[in-house]
Design a binder for this molecule. Sequence first.
Ligand code: PLP
Length: 432
Amino acid sequence: MSFSYQRSSALFKEAQKVIPGGVNSPVRAFNAVGGSPVFVDHAKGAYLYDVDGNKIIDYIASWGGPMILGHAFDPVVDAVKAAADKGTSYGMPTELETKIAELAVSMAPNVDQIRMVNSGTEACMSAVRLARGFTGRDKIIKFAGCYHGHSDSFLIQAGSGAVTFGSPNSPGVTQGTAKDTLLAQYNNLEQVAEIFKQNEGGEIACVIIEPIAGNMGCIVPQEGFLEGIRSLCDENDSLFIFDEVMTGFRLAAGGAQETTGVKADIVTYGKVIGGGLPVGAFGARQEIMNHLAPLGPVYQAGTLSGNPLAMSAGITMLSHLNNNPDIFSSLAQKTERLHKGIDTVLTEKGMPYQINRYGSMMSVHFTDQPVIDFASAATGNNEWFKKFFHGLLKRGVYLPPSAFESYFLNNALSNEDIDKTIDASRAVVAEW
Ligand code: PLP
């Protein structure tokens, strides 16, 4: 293999002088896998082209989905260009905002109204504020290893970047904030029931969850887990928030609510909904959304919320998915092909591993224990993960650079790309 990273390494050194850690989001720095991050020049379809001229098959799709249809998807690019010609921000309402809201509401179950924001972090932060405002209660329940963005209430043993850096509780989050976030283990319904019991008398505003977790690898909810939380929320007049920032418009038109059949009270979106531009959103039934400013007292706002470029990209992306629902099953089939291929390679090698998969999300864990929550995800052998990651990167395949992240397939990937990835995996483990 003759992959060179000279220019990427040089750019990383330059970046570190003026950007903390050289990156604008921690996981990009490769701290979990070592080495120098790859700097991208451009991307098209299933491939990233880096600044050293390497062509790389992409399995992160810009972290969870903005690139679900492949990079630089022509209709999205054209829509953004056309919107830019008309001005890039007005701070006044546009018809585009109503169009995307109509489309999203028609696709998302149990959502009458939706509010656009600029990131998944904003969406989850606002959803929790709305849940607190609606119920008049302070406490929330979240799950160890689930990531809901970096707002203070969630950085309580959060997954993703925070775990990678081994500092689950970020300095800067106050004790006052931390005391209102109660933590449970994913897939542990008894624990959730116990927390509700300990906080009887109407203290819990909401439970927030990644219905299929993607921030500790891919973790699938066990039979009855989400249904059980739904019942506990109903019994305690608490709201159930589905954080569908990763799963929304990726697993199905109706996201995880559709695939699991479990109803959420508030749903948050991000990633796919913006088609690669900075967009998040949260939606709920009318009765809940009525509490939001300017209708109600729960404040939430944004200068660039509903930005015309972002809305144009999002409308094009959602329309395409809505009009071509086969994309969801095609993505799932491709993921299954990758799963089976890597499964065979690792079985042949005779090493301990687990592969988790749900729809177009998947992760490989180098452990002999079933990976069902954060603690079991943490039993994975990180040295093997690093070798697997770098071995594949050398062969032109980009996996998430942390064992605590899910792969996300995009629809531009061909069976040939997937087979090349499987062959590359075989070559990587043959070296061990
Ligand atoms: N929720 C989930 C499930 C996520 O995976 C993420 C980001 O990865 C977020 C929220 C935060 O989204 P953003 O990075 O757009 O702020």
